[in-house]
Every structure is written in C-alpha cells, then in structure tokens.
Design a protein around this ligand. Structure first.
Ligand code: MV4
Length: 496
C-alpha cells in the first residue's frame, strides 16, 4: 500500500498517520468545515473537506469518502474508531471499490455488532458466558420462568445495544414483564431491532478486555489485558495494563478465550474482546469490539508493539511476525482520558477556546492529542482533548508519573477532567487496586472537588488582587506585563 486515507479526525487520525509516515506510506486526511484548522490536516500529505460540521454530513458520508479516495488513488482506508469504524456496509463498499479496508471483514463486524449473533458464533468454543438466554425473548412468562432458574437480580440487554445502551436491571419478578416490554420498544426505536435477552446481573464486576491480533493466514495472538473498570456512565476514564487482579494463569485462560472468540468469527486485524470478572475471579465473555480502541496505547507500551503498523501489515496480507510465546508484558502503563468536561458540574461538556495549552514532557510520558493552543474545541464531536499515557516499571511508578504529568499539563480556557483524574489516582481504592465498575459512583463526590476548588480559587483570587495592587503602585507603564501576570493567575484559578 502506497497511500492510505484516514476516515477520521483529531487525535486518532494523527496517531494513525504517525505510524504510516514511519512505514513510508502517503496519507490522506479528511475533515469537516469545523476542523479546518485541525493539526491532522497539516500532518497529512493531502487533505479533503468532506462537508459541513455535523458528522452525518461529513465524517459519516461513507459513499462520498470512498468516491474521493478513488479519485486520489488511495489504496487503503483506515477508519480509526467511532464514525464508520464498525459499519459493515462501509467496509463492504470500500472493498467493492477496490480499496483495502484496514479492519476485519464485514462478516466479523456484523456478527459482533449483534450480541446474540456473537453468542451464537462462539457457542462451539468453550468460552465462559454469563448465565442467561442465547436468543431473543418476547414472551414475559417465558422470561420469568428463565429468570427464576437464573436467580434475581437479572439484566435485560438489547442485542443491538452497546456501551450500556438498552440495559435494565430487574430486582424482582413482578417488574420483569413491564421492564421487558419497555426494553423491547426502546431497542426497536433506538436500533431498529427489538431483540432483547436476559442474563444474571453480575453486581460488582471488573471490566477487563483483551487485545487480539489476527492475520489472514489463521494466526491469532493476544496482547494481554487492559483494565477498564474506572468509568463513568460507560465512558472510560482511566485504563491500565496489566490489571492488578489477573494471575498469570487467569491471564493465559482469558487470553485463550479471546483468541477463540476471534477465531469464531474469522477475525482479521486488531480487535478487543470484552469480559467481566466477578469477585470470585470468574470471567465471562461480553462482546467483541471490531476496531482499534481509544485505550490501545497502554497495550503498545507494555508489549512494545505498534498496533496501527500491525493493522496495516495484516491488511497487506503479511503473516504476523511474532508468536504468542514471543510476547511478554514489560512494565506498567496508565491512560487518563482528558475530556473538555467540567467534573464539578456533572461533567457537562465545557466547549470553548484552548487559551493556553502546554503538554507534560519527560521519560515515560505519551500524549496523543489533536489540538494546539488557541484552537476552539468544536461542539459537534466527542469532547476528548487528549489521552495522557504514562509508562514505568511498576504500577506505583506509573501512578506517580501520571500525577506529575497532570501537574505539568497546563490547559486554560476550558474545564477538563485532569483534576478528576488526580482525584481518582490519589484515592486509596485505586491505589490499592481494590475497585470495580462502580468506583466513580461509589467514591466520587463532586462537592468535594468543588469545595477544594472554591477554597483554592479564593486564595488565588486574594493573591492575584494583592499582586495587582502592588503592580499598580510599582509600575505604571507595565500594561503588557500586567496582562501576562493576569493570565498566569487566571490559569491557577481555572486549573483547580
Ligand atoms: C453486564 C453487567 C453485569 N452483569 N452484564 C455494560 C456495557 C456492556 N458492554 C455490558 N455492560 C455490563 N454488562 C451482566 N450480566 C454490567 C455491565 C456494566 C459495565 C460493564 C463494563 C464496564 C462498565 C459497566 C458499567 C455498568 C454496567
């Protein structure tokens, strides 16, 4: 492949292009009118505008993007994540246009896009699954009978749902019939597919996912796990690799299960198999994500493997250059997602201008981002500004490095989740490794962060006022200087 189009924007477009550049491959960026000044355009060899800001009129215009790719004689399309990444029709159309889709076949995307189809596909393998039904339910009486054998509480899930959408916990038999009817009509409205099924509700699970890589010659390896339990309303906040709870034996078993899931759908490329682990360390297969994930860097850090390069090599038809036994875990990596959201205000998106923006630096720090100082964060897309990744020999050192990186990261003009990250990283439950998917709900009290904010803001305001007074008295011609100082004190106010 000589030239690859990246059907995405921002940080992931940049991250993909960096690997392509190292491989000597030309890059084509696409952008919407809202992203005219985005660094991913500057970085690419060529760039084309694909429409107005709304995703549906730009980044989601599959047919138009393919048409443009053909004109530019592109021979591969990398979808990144989100947008068209898990759209089987798009993958199919790319292939039909004679362009290589850098991802799995449409078949794998389609099977794994349906939870029930996924369960069916893996049924011939011995993969642990949560007790429940493996087909759609419509009859409440039947559902109640099954729920009684499983035991309450149970969880109703939409087959076409994902990321927690369309899930309902049912504690008592009496609620099941009404909840099920609601779940069916909701799923029908949201996904055009009213199929729902039930599972035993695992009350306090950890969320562990396994990275896999598969070539077109039947070779599949896993690249160990990522711990993704620290999330808020299904939005991941902190990911790490390896997980503090996996023993080498459990890791090997889950790794093999992940490889089997990939084999069950003839998977090709980089994929992620999601599991839940209960408090007795039983694990259960949930679903497979048929894309490169946001949190892939932590796996790259501990394995030394560039997942984007592997995706391209596999798409070119190359055989994986390593076997399972060649892979080892080295050190520990953490990722903090930096969102333009205000943790003190229910994580409302805080869109605006990046007045100042200075990245942390030094050994073991990786920042994957897609913005520069002075840019506006558009309202049209995901509010993630950056992924802050730290890598060190041990978990303790990786945490210390992350705290240092948060300290160094200077973002003003908008509120971010940096301070929230610090709160989590300093929390005893996180440090000890004893947490589950309910960490944020259980341990995060926005009022606490807010009180700290207010106290520090008051102090900072007093210091600033005194300082201004002093300047006024000492220096009558220092207007520029004064402006600079104001910016600094504003930074302190904003930041805490
Ligand atoms: C579950 C579960 C408990 N029991 N299934 C949420 C998203 C989707 N991928 C599956 N999810 C869950 N499925 C059973 N049988 C709890 C969750 C869940 C969850 C899973 C992973 C990460 C965060 C989560 C937050 C709430 C619920």
């Amino acid at each position: 492949m000589q030239k690859i189009l990246i059907a995405n924007r921002g940080e992931i477009a940049l991250r993909i292009m960096r690997s392509l550049k190292e491989m000597g491959i030309q890059t084509v960026a696409i952008y919407s009118e809202a992203d005219r000044n985005s660094p991913h355009i500057q970085y690419a060899d060529e760039a084309i505008c694909v429409g107005p800001p709304a995703s549906s009129e730009s980044y989601l215009r599959g047919a138009y993007i393919i048409e443009q790719a053909k004109k530019l004689q592109v021979d591969g399309i990398h979808p990144g994540f989100g947008f068209l990444a898990e759209n089987a029709t798009f993958a199919q159309q790319v292939t039909a246009a004679g362009i290589t889709f850098i991802g799995p076949d449409p078949y794998a995307i389609e099977v794994m896009g349906s939870k029930l189809a996924a369960k069916e596909a893996v049924a011939t393998y011995n993969i642990p699954m949560v007790p429940g039904t493996d087909r759609a339910l419509t009859d409440s009486e039947e559902a109640i009978a099954i729920a009684k054998t499983i035991g309450f509480p149970i969880l109703i899930k939409a087959s076409a749902g994902g990321g927690g959408k369309g899930m309902r916990i049912v504690e008592h038999e009496e609620e099941l019939a009404s909840q099920m009817q609601r779940a069916i009509s909701e799923a029908q409205a949201a996904f055009g597919d009213g199929s729902v099924f039930i599972e035993k509700y695992i009350a306090s699970p950890r969320h562990i996912e396994i990275q896999i890589l598969a070539d077109k010659h039947g070779n599949v390896v896993h690249l160990f796990e990522r711990e993704c339990s620290i999330q808020r309303r299904h939005q991941k906040v902190i990911e790490e690799a390896p997980s503090a709870v996996l023993t080498p034996e459990l890791r090997a078993k889950m790794g093999q299960s992940a490889v089997d899931v990939a084999k069950a759908c003839d998977y090709v490329g980089a994929g992620t198999v999601e599991f839940l682990i209960d408090d007795a360390l039983n694990y259960y297969f949930l679903e497979m994500n048929t894309r490169l994930q946001v949190e892939h860097p932590v796996t790259e850090m501990i394995t030394g493997i560039d997942l984007v390069k592997e995706q391209v090599k596999v798409a070119r038809g190359e055989t994986l250059s390593f076997k399972q036994d060649d892979l080892t875990i080295n050190g520990h990596a953490l990722e903090l997602r930096v969102y333009a959201e205000d943790p003190a205000n229910n994580f409302l998106p805080d869109i605006g201008n990046l007045q100042s923006y200075q990245r942390p630096q030094g050994p073991g720090i990786r920042v994957d981002d897609g913005f520069e100082e002075g840019m506006d964060i558009p309202i049209y897309y995901d509010p993630m500004i950056a992924k802050l990744v730290t890598y060190a020999a041990t978990r303790e050192e990786a945490i210390a490095k992350m705290l240092r990186a948060i300290e160094e990261y200077n973002i003003t003009g908008i509120q971010t989740t940096l301070e929230f990250g610090r709160y989590v990283l300093e929390h005893e439950a996180f440090v000890s490794g004893k947490f589950d998917t309910h960490f944020v709900k259980k341990h995060f009290d926005p009022a606490q962060l807010y009180e700290e904010n207010e106290e520090e803001a008051t102090v900072a305001a007093l210091v600033a006022a005194q300082y201004l007074q002093k300047l006024k008295m000492q220096n009558s011609s220092g207007n520029d200087n004064l402006f600079e100082k104001q910016r600094v004190s504003k930074w302190k106010l904003n930041r805490r």
